[in-house]
Design a protein around this ligand. Structure first.
Ligand SMILES: [Zn+2]
Length: 350
């Protein structure tokens, strides 16, 4: 190993000084790639790291800007999309560049916010809930026919077997012990006080309006929207995010249409709609993790984005902590420990 040594949160100056003597990492030491599109998503991703490593010099031909760090026993590299650049092509380019620069990255996570499909026959997806993509469908991959008819060419794409077995383990832990997502969000804010808005769920309102009721164009918020047009939903016992596993619809359009939302539910049983996952999963068998920040209709606004970004990032961290480390990582750790490094202490401190 050659470069690292950054800072570890929850440490005093003495610990930080000790940390600066630690091992250094190279491109080949990173095994998990985390793609975040928006600044809120990127901030939440960084805040979930147990430790942030020092930067590695830019690889020739790779325009990505990375954050390097560790979650549990895994070294994680985070990349964002270009500012104001979104959509499946931008996402695919970022992931391809990451894969070229970090040949040891085997697991890709696409983590962030999405529009939820609300109350349907099969699910009751609400703001702040988490949707994990067992399948991702690029819904706008289609053949246009005459008279505005079209034929869908989309087919479901699934994450790698390794990611799916990790999900099985995590689901089993959730059945026994529940999810750590709420705790991880609280810890994130405790360690990053400026991110208070990322955990500020209680001040947020969850309005799901009927398909036929549109938001008045001149209003910035839904405070004056007609509450008699709200979809009636059962009260939940807890405000903690519910976790759904199922179909994520991915495409290049920003959807603010209840008609399109309904179409995606009827056609694919989609739980949410986003704009990056399909660009990465086809080449990299990635797992798409989303949390709901709006209902993809005219009432869409940004108030839930920070909380949803935090919820998705917290789930990603919980999953990473459930993933076994590889033999290569284990042997590197053994080398470090044998060589007098305090890496074992580092591992136990998370
Ligand atoms: Zn509204």
């Amino acid at each position: 190993m050659s470069l690292i040594a950054g800072r570890k949160r929850r440490m005093g100056d003495e610990d930080a000084e000790q940390q600066s003597k630690r091992m250094k990492l190279t491109y080949g030491d990173y095994t998990i790639g985390w793609v975040a599109a928006l600044p809120e998503e990127y901030a939440a991703a960084e805040a979930m790291l147990d430790e942030i490593h020092e930067d590695i010099p830019r690889s020739r031909g790779d325009p990505n800007t990375y954050t390097f760090g560790r979650i549990g026993g895994h070294n994680v590299v985070i990349a964002g999309l270009p500012s104001d650049g979104y959509g499946t092509v931008n996402a695919a380019t970022v992931a391809n560049n990451m894969h070229r620069t970090f040949p040891s990255v085997e697991d890709f996570l696409v983590v962030g916010i999405a529009g939820g499909t609300g109350l349907t026959k099969n699910a009751d997806v609400r703001l702040g809930d988490i949707v994990v993509g067992d399948q991702v469908i690029q819904y706008d991959l289609r053949k246009e026919l005459h008279d505005q008819k079209f034929q869908t060419k989309a087919f479901p794409l699934r994450p790698s077997e390794r990611l799916r077995t990790a999900l099985t383990k995590l689901k089993s832990t959730h059945l026994k012990d529940g999810s750590k997502v709420p705790t991880l969000i609280c810890e994130m804010v405790a360690e990053n006080p400026k991110m208070k808005s990322f955990a500020n769920r209680r001040s947020l309102k969850d309005f799901l309006f009927h398909d036929t009721y549109n938001h008045p164009e001149l209003n910035n918020t839904c405070d004056n929207c007609d509450r008699s047009k709200l979809v009636k939903r059962k009260r939940r016992e807890t405000n903690d995010p519910k976790i759904y596993y199922g179909v994520i619809a991915s495409g290049n359009s920003l959807i603010k249409s209840p008609e399109k939302r309904r179409e995606l539910v009827e056609q694919f049983q989609a739980l949410c709609i986003e704009m990056e996952g399909a660009g990465i999963i086809e080449s990299h068998r990635s797992l798409v993790i989303r949390s709901i920040c709006d209902y993809a209709d005219s009432h869409k606004n940004k108030s839930w984005q920070p909380y949803a970004a935090a919820a998705a990032a917290a789930f990603a961290k919980e999953l990473i902590l459930a993933m076994p480390i590889s033999e290569d990582q284990a042997s590197k750790m053994g080398t470090c420990i044998a060589g007098g490094s305090d890496y074992s202490q580092l591992m136990n401190s998370s």
